[in-house]
Design a protein. Structure first.
Length: 285
């Protein structure tokens, strides 16, 4: 595994790999890698013959009061895990190499990023789209892999690739869960044992919505209230949002006629967690 720290080294290596006909698979991450990331790296191997993983905690996607400083980091562990997953190149740049002084060009997605996390984290998707566009230029991937836990991010990236004509295929990987159902997230490391227990309310709320929808419930208001009711049983949980939106446009919907994304963000103690599921209209009995 080669390790690069500067964008210039990374881009040079990527251009050389392309010249000799290699197909580059890319997994962008913010590090503190877990089983979810490992599954994305494995997926990248299926679509390419050299995998690049980036580790970069991107400051522009964090708001001024958010957890940039608390974001967990463990470079030695990440390096070990990338070796185990046969990563070809590990790219770990410094913030000052990614953002030059007086950086003033950003990528803004203007529709899909308005609601859900975009509403509660102003500027977040501008930071994500900008860094992913920059990383695509550095890594020159043929294919890039993103997790479905970040459902809105995945859609914003697909839209950016479409609208700005990036020659990159986007592949998504399913959410990987702990045995009890909690979605894997680097932020889970910040939970106390009691918070970890109560964090299960996210998955339980989604389970409740899935059960009701499978039983024929189509009103998104009813489903949303049922999800909120589940979360109310966890005193350490504070809802940021619980929303049911069209799976493609991410616009709010009142009934499940087409696939609907049920997405939620919940603070458990100080840690903000997200999760989602897609609800389909129940087949008539
Ligand atoms: O999903 C993430 O970890 C980040 O948002 C990403 C895509 C690596 C951009 O910083």
């Amino acid at each position: 595994m080669r390790i690069f720290h500067t964008p210039a080294e990374m881009q040079q290596a990527a251009l050389t790999l392309r010249r000799v006909g290699r197909r580059i698979g890319f997994v962008p991450t913010m590090g503190f890698l877990h089983e979810g990331h490992r599954s994305l790296i494995r997926l990248a191997h299926q679509h390419s013959n050299v995998v690049v993983v980036s580790l970069f905690v991107n400051p522009t996607q964090f708001g001024p009061t958010e957890d940039l400083d608390r974001y967990p980091r463990d470079l030695a562990h990440d390096e070990k895990l990338c070796r185990l997953e046969k990563t070809g190149i590990l790219f770990c740049p410094k913030a000052e190499d990614i953002y030059q002084p007086r950086h003033s060009v950003y990528v803004t997605e203007e529709s899909l990023s308005r609601g859900l996390c975009g509403a509660s984290r102003p500027g977040h998707f501008r930071g994500v789209a900008t860094v992913v566009a920059k990383l695509f230029n550095m890594v020159q991937p043929h294919v890039a892999v993103f997790g479905e836990k970040d459902a809105q991010q995945l859609r914003v990236i697909r839209r950016m690739v479409r609208d700005l004509n990036f020659p990159v295929e986007i592949v998504s990987g399913p959410t990987v869960r702990e045995p009890d159902g909690l979605a894997m997230s680097s932020r889970n490391a910040n939970l106390s044992p009691e918070e970890r227990r109560q964090a299960l309310c996210l998955r339980r709320a989604l389970d409740r919505a899935e059960t009701l929808a499978a039983g024929g419930e189509r009103s998104t208001e009813t489903l949303r209230n049922a999800m909120l009711e589940v979360i109310r049983h966890s005193p350490l949980a504070r809802v940021d949002y619980v929303d049911l939106v069209d799976e493609e446009t991410l616009e709010p919907v009142s009934r499940i006629e087409k696939p609907v994304l049920a997405a939620l963000a919940v603070f458990v103690g100080p840690t903000r967690l997200i999760d989602n599921t897609v609800l389909k209209p129940a087949e008539p009995a």
